[in-house]
Ligand binder design. Structure first.
Ligand code: 4AD
Ligand code: MG
Length: 477
């Protein structure tokens, strides 16, 4: 007896005398045709049941959602719509599914409904395609770094420092929340906490990655990241995954080259290896587009959009140039932006970022050399004394995909900056050590994994590209 996945069978595309398959019933039509799916591919295999050969009681149990095992001959299909089908000679019900209560019916469900049933939503074509792509993308990411001489490093998830000042953090504590010990000044005494100090879930592995770049040369992290920002948007999660490469002896230009090459390379991998899932999602999007008014429809289909990114250079634009473009833009002059741009130094909001990539340049844009005071303390100060070697990569339909920089490698400049921002030196003594012992130019960036999955799958809400989203007021499953 041969056991193979449906994906393998369809790929080999040749008849077999005897085959056994296990999977879940998608539909059972005319008491004769089972559409069976085992998760290995977007495609179902048709299993043909001769109802005279089986008991009625058994046939009744072939319901949508049931787990079954079928054996039989794999033959060229007599019907249209599939090349091969199984002539079922043996059939076992492995797990019944009550058709009255099974939430995933063979019809269109809203994404909101499926989010409430996230434990079953990968039984649908859309979510199984999205999650297979997510898996492939993570593999492609590891492959890219491995092929290019990077070491994969695991940075701590519990940290004692707020690397970024990137936003609110989640506290990690074993103190009794009802009766925490207090110190002399009446504050919670974290000296008595598990780690003997205040600790949080990490907002970035960058600072630790920097320390490894300064010994192993080229490293990257790919791990969970936590931010307690109370922003209920379609692009923010409280728990997301971030990829952070860090490279010694590399300046900002090299950082931009790396980010661009990296993203193009993983997109190429997906185009090559996940064609069927992409085609399915592309069709889904085209159907969705048809329900929109003409002027709101996207000009490119999904695969074309991915190819466009692979085949074209990202546009590199300084913050100062971007401000000029925005200041003179129609929506700014007509006061259509919620936050009007009137002078250099303004922080860019997502409406501005989207105008630049979607309306003005119509391609991915790398913005660099931002004002120092709107960026993190560790970014390298330029000679002008007011901008830093920061870069953000903006994507059409997504906004900010990547944030990175060349790091400040000069001890005095860094110490000065930390003083100005009230960042205690004692807390980051080890980070400062890296500037004392063999300091060197180095750079890196962070890519939000879910935003990349959104771009590749065309999904509009970040909650639909991670298995179990964590967002304000929601930690179900
Ligand atoms: O721009 P950010 O905050 O940069 C850093 O954390 C740096 N330490 C990275 C580095 O240089 N090593 O975050 C990087 C990326 C963003 O561009 C965005 O794609 C994603 O992480 N991101 C989020 N994704 C989902 N939900 C959130 N709440 C996110 N916050 C940031
Ligand atoms: Mg950022």
């Amino acid at each position: 007896m041969i056991t193979k996945s449906i994906a393998q069978l369809l790929k080999e595309n040749s008849p077999l005398e005897q085959i056994t398959l296990k999977g879940w019933v998608r539909t059972f039509r005319a008491n004769r045709f089972i559409a069976l799916n085992d998760g290995s591919t977007i495609n179902n295999i048709q299993c043909v049941v001769n109802f005279e050969d089986f008991e009625d009681a058994l046939l009744k149990r072939i319901t949508t959602g049931a787990a079954i095992e079928v054996s039989g001959e794999l033959v060229e299909s007599q019907g249209k719509g599939q090349a091969l089908e199984i002539q079922v000679s043996e059939l076992n019900i492995l797990g019944d599914s009550d058709p009255e209560t099974y939430p995933i019916q063979p019809k269109k469900h809203s994404f909101e409904f499926l989010r409430e049933n996230a434990h079953l939503r990968t039984r649908t074509n859309t979510f199984s395609a999205v999650m297979r792509l997510r898996s492939s993308l993570s593999f492609a990411i590891h492959k890219y770094f491995n092929d290019n001489g990077f070491y994969y490093m695991h940075t701590p998830i519990i940290t004692g420092s707020d690397a970024e000042g990137a936003g609110e953090m989640f506290r990690v504590s074993t103190l009794d929340p009802k009766q925490p010990p207090l110190n002399d000044s009446g504050d919670v005494d974290y000296k008595q906490d598990f780690f003997g100090k205040e600790t949080n879930l990490t907002v970035s592995g960058q600072l630790e990655a920097e320390s490894y770049a300064m010994s192993l040369g080229k490293v990257y992290t790919f791990g969970p990241t936590f931010r307690a920002e109370n922003s209920n948007t379609s692009r923010h999660l409280a728990e997301f995954w971030m990829i952070e490469p860090e490279v010694a002896f590399m300046e900002l230009d090299g950082n931009m080259d790396l980010a661009e090459d990296f993203m193009k390379s993983v997109l190429k991998y997906i185009l090559k290896h996940n064609r069927e899932d992409l085609e399915f999602l592309e069709k889904r999007l085209l159907d969705e587009e048809k329900t929109k008014p003409q002027n709101e429809r996207s000009s490119m289909a999904l695969i074309e959009k991915i190819k466009f990114v692979v085949d074209n250079n990202f546009k590199r634009v300084s913050y100062t140039e971007a401000i000029d473009i925005l200041r003179n833009s129609k929506p700014n002059k007509k006061k259509k932006f919620k936050y009007l741009i009137d002078q250099w130094g303004a922080d860019l909001q997502s409406e501005h970022e989207r105008y630049l990539v979607e309306k003005h340049f119509e391609c991915p844009v790398i913005l660099f050399d931002y004002p120092a005071n709107i960026k993190a303390f560790y970014m390298r100060l330029n000679e002008d004394g007011k901008t830093v070697r920061a870069m953000d990569i903006l994507f059409p339909g997504i906004g900010e995909m990547v944030g990175g920089s060349q790091r400040e490698e000069r001890l005095e400049v860094l110490v000065e900056k930390m003083k100005a921002l009230d960042i205690p030196e004692e807390e980051l003594w080890w980070y400062l050590d890296l500037r004392k012992y063999g300091t060197a130019v180095h750079s890196g960036f962070g890519l939000g994994f879910e935003r990349l999955v959104m771009f590749v799958t065309g999904m509009g809400n970040i909650r639909d590209v991670i298995p179990y989203p964590r967002t304000p007021q929601n930690a179900e499953f």
